[in-house]
Structure formats: structure tokens, C-alpha cells
Design a binder for this molecule. Sequence first.
Ligand code: NAD
Length: 261
Amino acid sequence: MSGQGEGNGRVAGKVAVVTGAASGIGRATAKRLIAEGARVVAADIDETGLAKLAAELGEEALAAVRCDVTAEDDVAAAVALATSRFGGLDIAVANAGTGTASEVADHDFAEWRRVVDLCLHGVFLTVKHAGAVLRAGGRGGSIVTMASLNAIQPGRGMGAYCAAKAGVVALTEVAALELGRHGIRVNAIAPGLVRTTLTEGMWSIPGIVDEFLDNTPLGRFSEPEEIANVALFLASDEASFVSGSLYSADGGGSTRRYPDM
Ligand code: NAD
């Protein structure tokens, strides 16, 4: 079952690469793009998760490939697969990322490097290789990067993550500046807390759920599909004049408020 025909063809005929596609937001995005008529290269290090996705979606519209986004050859090969398998590239979603939990004064340097390597360098390599292929293709395109509310809002114990995600926003803006003249749009998404494997450890930390909900005007977490919807919009021609933006999808969590009176 390809999933095609369930949507409205909002990305019909387009070819996408999605990193971190075996789980969470990336998985939901790959599924949503396919449901809206795209063909997708799903790139991830998790081969078991990729196999499950392929079993669900079939091979007509999905090419699953093992890819470590911190390894340049892997990223180049995943991007090239879009052309060899589906005839071109229109969309890249640089989504793979990870979390961390250590205060700056205690942060182990190797762990800091691991987080920045995946969350920032992995996005750089994806934007670099997708950008080069899109530019050479000469038919424009859309690149979506996965930043975070933490790119603009600090969190205790999240130094490496916040720094990397702020870097993703800066990288996105520069890429939008450079690739715009080739008709390529580049935008970042800043999700708030999303219910995925990445965040499941947080639910058991005392008080954190209440504090988070209190800081979120919509008063709830989001599901991965709600972030995938934003990625779909930015990837599609509906966002034809949107570039260089940081798109919030955080239930209003980025609003600054006075204390309740
Ligand atoms: P997730 O853990 O559910 O999925 C992440 C995927 O990335 C996994 O499939 C994993 O195998 C893959 N991955 C890990 N290392 C990789 C590597 N080196 N190369 C390729 N793939 C790799 O997480 P998620 O919540 O879906 O997160 C996706 C993105 O969204 C991340 O960049 C994350 O920082 C961002 N984000 C998540 C939240 C949230 O609350 N979940 C909030 C803001 C931003």
C-alpha cells in the first residue's frame, strides 16, 4: 500500500529525501508526503525501523536507505538515491536529531560533540548535498530543517541541543539566502514538545509535564503528525513565497507572557 490517493496530491509528482525517517516526526513526515503524492527516500541509521516503514508503505513510493547523517558519504548516497530511483529531487527534510541532558558546567565534551554532530552537522550535510542536487536540477525545490523551540528558548541541561538548534536556524537562513536565486526555498520548523521516542524519558520526570503544559497556551503536547503537517506545507508549492523562516509549531510555547494576575 503506497498511501497515495489518501490525500489531495499536494506534493504530487515530487521526490523527497527525509532523514531520521524511521521514527517520530521524520516517520510521520515521510508518510504524509507519500499520502500527498510524493515519492520518498527514507534515510535513517535504524534499519529495523526502516524495514517496518517499508512494510507499511510498500516500495512503489518509498526507498529506505541506511544513512548516518554525520557521515558525508552516507548523506551524498541517500540524496543521490532520489535521482537514481525516482528520477530527481524536489524536497529535502533534514530532520534527524537527538537530545541530551547535562548542565554546561558538567557537560562531557564527547557527549557535547555527539549532539552537535548529529543535530547541526547532520543538518549541514543534508542541506549541502540536497542543495547541490536541487541547484543542478534547475527546477527549484524546498529544503526543510528541523530546529526546535529550544533554538530560541533555553532549557536547563540542554546546552548542546540549544546551541545546535540555534545553529540550524542560522544555517537555514544562510542557505535560504544563497539558494534563493536558484528558486530553492529553505525553512526551519521549531516544534515544541512532541510525543516521540526522543521525549518518552521526560514523562516520568516529576513536575515536568505540568510545567510544560503550563508554559504552552494550547495546554497539550503535539503528536508527530502535527509537525509533519507543517513540513508538508513548507515542502509544497503552497509555501511558494516562504523562505528563510523559522516556523513555530509549539502550541504557542514561544510566546512571552507576564505572570498570571
Ligand atoms: P525520534 O527519536 O523519534 O526520531 C529520530 C530519528 O533519527 C530516529 O529514527 C533515529 O534512528 C534517527 N537518527 C538518529 N541518529 C541518526 C543518524 N546519525 N543518522 C540518521 N538518522 C539518525 O525523534 P523525534 O522527536 O522525531 O525528533 C526528530 C527531530 O525533531 C529531531 O531533530 C529533534 O531534535 C526535533 N525535535 C523534536 C522535538 C520533540 O519534542 N520530539 C521537539 C523539537 C524538535
